[in-house]
Design a protein around this ligand. Structure first.
Ligand code: DGL
Length: 304
């Protein structure tokens, strides 16, 4: 079973995506959805299902992915720079569809950006509610797991549950290559999941927005022994509440909308994953959002 659970606040065909950005009023502008790379597509999928009339503008910072092993200053600077770029494109709200970026930057981003901001966080609370054995696994990036925000989440909502936290080294890199089921990836996942099963876990928190794309492979490995906690539907509902509160819901468009997809890399993998896993065949624009002086060095290789 996969549980699509609530977390606290934190058919393609269509018109020209550019038209969605030439907004007459703020409510007609797009919702900006951002991730270090392709993982935020799992959130975008849920948002489209919840609010098919909302124009969406997705940015994958694939040139600089993964964020999960970067330093905090880098993550904060990139999140702010991308949030500002999205605002310059008319975004009326921002979804930071990245647990890692949320963990490190959400407070500052909310302070600096003059639009509503929705973040994401691992589903610790639903896991604690659901687990019968009181043992749950958490797969997330190293940065997320080490963050004060995550520690506070476990302290506040973890109840009497024991959480076995496993950094998902290598998983984001695989998904950025559109690998969701190769033999080496299965082997890596098996190494991460077996100790959780051995410790009696009956629940697994997918604490990174890339990981829902591994759902089927995880299911092959663990069968029904683990309930998977994916918070993407809860995030979409939270966004809906936020847009309603601010009077920012879009009017129904004349014809179905395709999201506007942008990548700081060549976008080939973004296009492939959106087609394979979301059934969305849309062109990807390559965009340049430069590194600011205080951020780190260029990566050696870019992902799609
Ligand atoms: N999708 C991001 C998250 O939810 C992945 C972070 C990364 O790039 O390592 O944390």
């Amino acid at each position: 079973m996969t549980l699509k659970q609530d977390v606290p606040a934190s058919t393609p065909t269509g018109v020209s995506p550019a038209a969605a950005c030439a907004a007459a009023s703020p409510a007609d502008g797009p919702v900006g959805v951002f991730d270090s790379g392709l993982g935020g597509l799992s959130v975008l999928r849920a948002v489209r299902a919840q609010m098919p009339d909302e124009p969406l503008l997705y940015v994958a910072d694939s040139r600089y992915a993964p964020y999960g092993e970067r330093d905090n200053a880098f993550i904060v600077e990139r999140t702010l720079a991308i949030g500002e770029w999205l605002m310059s494109q008319g975004a009326k709200a921002l979804v930071v569809a990245c647990n890692t970026a949320t963990a490190e930057s959400i407070a500052l981003v909310r302070e600096r950006l003059a639009i509503p901001v929705v973040g994401v966080e691992p589903g610790i609370k639903p896991a604690a509610t659901h687990s019968q054995t009181r043992v749950a696994g958490v797969l997330a990036t190293q940065v997320t797991l080490r963050s004060e925000r995550f520690q506070a989440l476990v302290a506040r909502h973890g109840a009497d549950c024991r959480f076995i936290c496993q950094p998902g080294h290598g998983l984001v890199e695989a998904i950025e290559r559109c690998d969701v089921d190769s033999p080496p990836l299965r082997e890596l996942l098996t190494r991460y999941l077996e100790p959780m099963l051995a410790a009696g876990a009956d629940t697994l928190v997918l604490g990174c927005t890339h990981y829902p794309f591994l759902d089927a492979t995880i299911r092959d490995i663990v069968g029904e022994r683990l309930t998977l906690i994916d918070t993407s539907i809860a995030i979409a509902r939270q966004l809906e509440r936020v847009l309603d509160t601010h009077g920012l819901r879009a009017r129904p468009p004349a014809s179905a909308l395709l999201p506007r997809f942008c990548s700081t890399s060549d976008g080939a993998h973004l296009r492939e994953l959106a087609a394979r896993l979301l059934g969305l065949d849309a062109a990807v624009e390559r965009i340049d959002i430069p590194l600011r002086p205080s951020t780190q060095h260029e990566p050696e290789a870019a992902c799609g």
